[in-house]
Design a binder for this molecule. Structure first.
Ligand SMILES: Nc1ncnc2c1ncn2[C@@H]1O[C@H](COP(=O)(O)OP(=O)(O)OP(=O)(O)O)[C@@H](O)[C@H]1O
Length: 231
């Protein structure tokens, strides 16, 4: 489902005639099966976000190939990536990234509006998914009128609304208290088991790594060890 071969990435910093190369990732090879939960760990600055940005087409690799659903997406254009992301990928971020001027309902509805779905169907699907994440009755609340955990559940609902087979999450529980984290992780595990959704999650957190099938650890720009979950 996700296949990465010989992936390399560098950033270039500094002024035009003094540009310096900052190598971030080198020789990354990964094979992630449908239905896996994979945690991506590593020190700050080890390239975790860069890897996720490469896998979702927000940046282009200097070298190597990325195949998603057996399609070579490495050289996709911006338009092809935008279509591909809308059809196949969901995102959850530590900072929720909700639109403050929109209600919970409208935030979750947005991907369906972009897909061109009619209003009646949108309404049905948004109410259904908000119920699924336990936010019934809070549809009309703005993000500022919701707790951190509720906001994160709105962002999970927004990721799920288009039924993506892959969800990329960047520190999804980073700003949640322990109890809220636990219930979000249970929900992720449940979605993974019931709907076979593949999760690739950046984390610093042992609790998150504990629900993963395996952990990929980035050290010095490469995958140092892949720790299988001990059963
Ligand atoms: N746009 C950019 N331009 C230049 N350098 C960048 C850019 N984005 C990231 N980097 C550098 O690439 C390296 C990896 O950054 P990245 O954000 O992928 O790390 P990370 O493992 O996600 O870190 P953290 O855990 O702190 O979020 C860092 O040294 C960072 O400074």
């Amino acid at each position: 489902m996700i296949e990465v071969k010989g992936l390399e990435h560098s950033f270039y910093v500094g002024k035009k005639n003094q540009r310096q190369e900052v190598p971030v990732l080198r020789n990354i090879n990964l094979h992630i099966e449908q239905g896996e939960i994979v945690a991506v760990a590593g020190k700050s600055g080890s390239g975790k976000s860069t890897l996720l940005n490469l896998l979702s087409g927000y940046i282009k690799p200097v070298k190597g190939e990325i195949h998603l659903f057996e399609r070579n997406v490495t050289n996709f254009s911006e338009t092809q990536w935008a279509e591909f992301r809308a059809a196949h990928l969901g995102f959850i971020f530590q900072s929720f990234q909700l639109i403050p001027s929109m209600t919970a309902f409208q935030n979750v509805e947005l991907p369906l509006v972009m897909k061109g779905m009619n209003e009646k169907e949108r309404k049905k699907q948004v109410f259904h998914i908000l119920k699924r994440v336990d936010l019934e009755g809070l549809e009309g609340h703005y993000p500022s009128e919701l707790s951190g955990g509720q906001q994160q559940r709105v962002s999970v609902a927004r990721a799920l609304i288009v039924n993506p087979p892959i969800i990329f999450a960047d520190e999804p529980t980073g700003s949640l208290d322990q109890e809220t984290e636990k219930s979000l992780l249970q929900f992720i595990k449940q979605l993974n088991q019931e709907e076979d959704i593949t999760f690739v999650m950046i984390t610093h957190d042992e609790e998150v790594a504990a629900i993963a099938d395996r952990t990929i650890r980035l050290t010095n720009g490469t995958v140092h060890a892949e720790k299988e979950k001990s059963l």
